[in-house]
Each structure stands twice: as C-alpha cells, then as structure tokens.
Design a protein around this ligand. Structure first.
Ligand SMILES: [Zn+2]
Ligand SMILES: [Zn+2]
Ligand SMILES: [Zn+2]
Ligand SMILES: [Zn+2]
Length: 282
C-alpha cells in the first residue's frame, strides 16, 4: 500500500473524532472535502475512499493492516431497491389542482336565474303583466308597471350555480379531487456502495441483473458496517417485471475499478456505473 497515503492518513488522524464504522470516517472525510476541495481534489476520489478505510483501521486497531485488506477485498456494487410504493403522477385533467372549471357556469359561480331568465323581474301575477286590474285601474301589486322584482334571485338576474355551489370549480373526476393519479410504476432507489464483505460481493456477482435479490432490505441495513454508502438516488420509478419483489435489494452491476468523480459540491463521490441498465427489471 502507498506509503504516501498512510502519511496523509496520519496527518488527518486528529480530525477524525467519530470512527464507529468506516461510514463515519468516510462522512467526516467528505465534509473535509467540502471545506478543502482544492486539496482533496488533488488527493483524488479513489484515495479519499482508501483513506477512509486506512483511517478506520488505524483508529480502531492502531494499524493499517485491516484497512489494507479491506481495500484489497473491496468492490463497488450498484444496487436497486423498492418498497413497492406506487408512483403517483400529476393529473393531466386538472394540472394537479384537483379541481376543474365548472362547465355549467363557465366558472363564474353564477347562472342566469331560471325564473326571470336573467331579467331580474317577473311578470306581475295580479295583472298578468298588463299593469291594470280587472276594473281597468292601475294594478296595486305592481303599481302599474306590470312587473315585480324576481324573488328567486333578489332581482339580480343571477343565482348561485347548483353544480359547483357557486365556487366556479368542480371536483376533477379524473383524479377524484386529489390532483394525482396512481400509476403501476413503483418508486425505487439506487445505491452505489463500496463493500469488502465477501458474502455481499459473491452474491452480487452471482445474481447481477437477475430477479434474484442479494438480500432483504432489513438485512442490508444490518450489514451497514460492511460497506460505505457512496451515492443514493431516490424518486425514480419503473413498471417492474413480474417477479420483482418489494423490500429486497437487487444488484444490477458491480465493478472493481469504476471511474470515480467528486460531485459538483464535493459532498459525495460518484462511481460511474451501469445506471441505465435496468432493462432486466422492466
Ligand atoms: Zn300588476
Ligand atoms: Zn330571477
Ligand atoms: Zn358552476
Ligand atoms: Zn385531476
């Protein structure tokens, strides 16, 4: 193992206060990367990962031996996981509002009064609109105008729309007011990890790109001392092939020497992997 890297590790040793797991050390190193991107950009992403393992080794065993073995054994795995939650997408009919304009009132919330046809007045019932009573005198009820204020609309000519209760909007029947439609797709997460655990590596090599999981998600979490989580991409969705099961972790690729790059803000290290090669699952 590179002596220079060990010297760098010894220089950084005092900055690593939490070293329960390799992940803790790696996280601390990544926050140092963000603080000093120029220096760590020069050190390089591969060495930052190796430094994590060397520092973990040195802090826990007072020797680099364990770290060197971890580095030798390690492999990058590209993993896929879904909890089976259906992907929801914005309802096109209402653009996600859950409501659409009311057709009956042109979204005004009001319609013409059916009693007076929007006039605000109705024919006087006493004189049938003539303005005169049976004695040819001026009609008392309408004072000779032949018209009365429409009681149905308080003479405004308009009444509140029945269909939308005056809101001007109707419930979207496409999404039932929710604004989203459930699809057959499942949300899934992609993880890239570096592991030195032989069992995880062997299982991944044996089952990559198949519908055989490498392990259950709960077990995966229990194994977390055996890997460093490097990237986590969530909120993807896919209509999975029959036989794909929720809460299982699948391997869709592995690599000994992927191309490694720092993310834009030096917050994590990206391993170039077969991210788009999910065809065996769809
Ligand atoms: Zn009258
Ligand atoms: Zn009216
Ligand atoms: Zn309406
Ligand atoms: Zn809708």
């Amino acid at each position: 193992m590179n002596e220079k890297l060990k010297k760098t590790a010894l220089k950084l040793e005092d900055l690593i206060l939490s070293f329960d797991t390799p992940q803790h050390v790696y996280n601390k190193l990544m926050s140092l990367c963000q603080q000093q991107p120029d220096y760590f950009g020069y050190v390089g992403p591969k060495n930052v990962i190796n430094l994590s393992l060397l520092l973990y080794s040195y802090k826990t065993t007072n020797s680099f031996e364990l770290g060197e073995k971890m580095i030798d054994d390690s492999m990058f795995l590209f993993l896929l996981y879904s909890d089976g939650t259906n992907h929801r997408e914005t309802c096109e009919a209402c653009a996600g509002d859950g409501k659409i304009d009311c057709d009956s009132c042109n979204s005004n919330g009001e319609t013409e009064c059916p009693e007076c046809d929007g006039q605000g007045e109705i024919e006087c019932y006493a004189c049938n609109g003539s303005g005169f009573d049976s004695d040819d005198e001026e009609c008392n009820t309408c004072n000779g105008s032949g018209k009365l204020d429409c009681p149905n609309c308080d003479s405004s000519g308009y009444v509140s729309c029945d269909v939308c209760d005056g809101e001007g909007l109707e419930t979207c029947s496409n999404c039932d007011d929710i604004g989203e439609i459930e699809t057959d797709d499942w949300y899934y997460d992609i993880m890239s990890i570096l592991t030195w655990n032989k069992k995880l590596i062997d299982k991944s090599v044996d089952t990559q790109q198949t519908l055989v999981p490498i392990l259950n998600y709960n077990n995966y979490i229990e194994y977390q001392d055996n890997y460093i989580h490097m990237t986590y991409i969530s909120d993807n969705h896919l209509d999975f092939k029959k036989g794909f099961r929720p809460d299982e972790v699948y391997c869709f690729g592995y690599s000994n020497y992927p191309k490694l790059t720092f993310s834009h803000d030096f917050s994590h290290i990206k391993a170039e992997g077969p991210y788009r090669h999910l065809s065996s699952y769809e």
